[in-house]
Design a protein around this ligand. Structure first.
Ligand SMILES: *Cc1c(COP(=O)(O)O)cnc(C)c1O
Length: 378
């Protein structure tokens, strides 16, 4: 079965009790046991719930994974993964990653004696030399936020496995429509389903996907023991969103191309970051491991804070907000928003400057998006 079909079919058989065509919202905390001696597949909703189960089966199938374990947020999903680590273990992670993940690692995990090395993941030699005898995990996020760097998943999976470490890939930006890390050698994929998977900016959620039965068992144990699960209604909304993932991603990408092409040649634009351009430093890796370049575009406006402020104030269709991947177009001011808590030296090193703007292109008509950018730039 192919991608768009799976999104609509997998985990979504007509309901066994009522033949309801759409997976019902099983808004219940518990299930009545029919026979005292017979455990049932659904007994208590922290452990499992049919609506949540349908979502897990569906998204896992899109990632070519056997197991999906969903969570109340992307960060809760990430927390379940790093909960497998033990004091004294070491993790290699890229220096440019989602600000909330960086906070989880440095504020929650480091005080519990988990050690992190933040490295430039585009440099394979730097990754190789970061391994220590206690390295258990390599964490990757590609494309990165907000500079849209692309890291070579296949090459990094090989290095990780040679060093007996697991490779985790945060696939939130690309989605399985454009990139399937498990097929490139990753052991675990994680998503903030808040973004493209749900796609309508109305749910916070996360999911972990793997093909390894043992990893599934461990992470499922943390899911039920820590209890950061999505409620049935959030699971249902996300499942409803995921049905249109393929057509949304096509439109997001088409609009991103249009916006990036318009901005590239504009006199008020100092630099543009879009992995689809062959001038992008990692374009060749993107072409190798992705089937499309996604819906995000970042750029540097000529000038500084004052120019950026005016630009944001003039925009009418694009709203200034955190988050991305929804049907509506958003702009984000990384240095003061998503990366506010990032150390200044890392922001400087990476180029998260005062004039950097990240765009999440929605699925509106691209002519309207360009007209809006044009009038705000002028
Ligand atoms: C948003 C995001 C997260 C965190 O997910 P939440 O659903 O907000 O908890 C993690 N990684 C990436 C790449 C994100 O964009």
């Amino acid at each position: 079965m192919k991608f768009s079909t799976k999104a609509i079919v997998m985990g979504q058989e007509p309901d066994s009790a009522t033949h309801s065509a759409i997976t019902p919202i099983y808004q219940t905390s518990t299930f009545v046991r029919e026979d005292i001696s017979k455990p049932q597949s659904f007994e208590y909703s922290r452990i499992s719930n049919p609506t949540r189960h349908a979502l897990e089966v569906c998204v896992a199938s899109l990632e070519e994974g056997n197991y999906g374990i969903s969570f109340a947020s992307g960060i809760a999903a990430e927390h379940a993964i790093v909960s497998m680590l033990r004091p004294g273990d070491h993790v290699i992670a890229p220096e440019d990653m989602y600000g909330g993940t960086y906070r989880l690692f440095t504020q929650v995990m480091e005080p519990m004696n988990i050690e992190f090395s933040f490295i430039d993941a585009s440099n394979l030699e730097e990754i190789q030399s970061a391994f220590k005898p206690n390295t258990k995990m390599v964490w990757l996020e590609t494309p990165t936020n907000p500079l849209l760097k692309i890291f070579d998943i296949e090459a990094i999976a090989e290095i990780s496995h040679k060093n007996n470490a697991l490779l985790v890939v945060d696939n939130t930006f690309a989605t399985p429509f454009f990139q399937k890390p498990l097929l490139l050698g990753a052991d675990i994929v994680v998503h903030s389903t808040t973004k493209y998977i749900n796609g309508h900016s109305d749910v916070i959620g996360g999911i972990v996907i793997t093909n390894d039965a043992h990893l599934n068992q461990s992470i499922s144990m943390y899911q039920k023991s820590i209890g950061a699960i999505p409620g049935p209604f959030d699971a249902w909304l996300t499942l409803r969103g995921v049905k249109t993932l393929a057509i949304r991603m096509r439109q997001h990408e088409e609009n991103a191309w249009a916006v990036a092409t318009f901005l590239k040649d504009h006199q008020k634009v100092e630099a543009i970051f879009f992995p689809g351009f062959d001038t992008h430093p990692n374009h060749h890796i993107a072409k190798k491991q992705m089937t499309g370049f996604g819906g995000l575009v970042s750029f540097k406006l000529k000038g500084g804070y004052a120019e950026v402020k005016t630009f944001f104030e003039k925009l009418k269709i694009f709203h200034l907000a955190d988050s991305l991947g929804g049907v509506e177009s958003l702009v984000n001011y990384s240095t003061k928003m998503t990366h506010e808590s990032f150390p200044v030296h890392l922001k400087q090193k990476l180029g998260i400057s005062e004039n950097l703007i990240r765009i999440s292109t929605g699925i509106e008509d691209k002519e309207d998006l360009i007209a809006d950018l044009k009038q705000a730039l002028e």
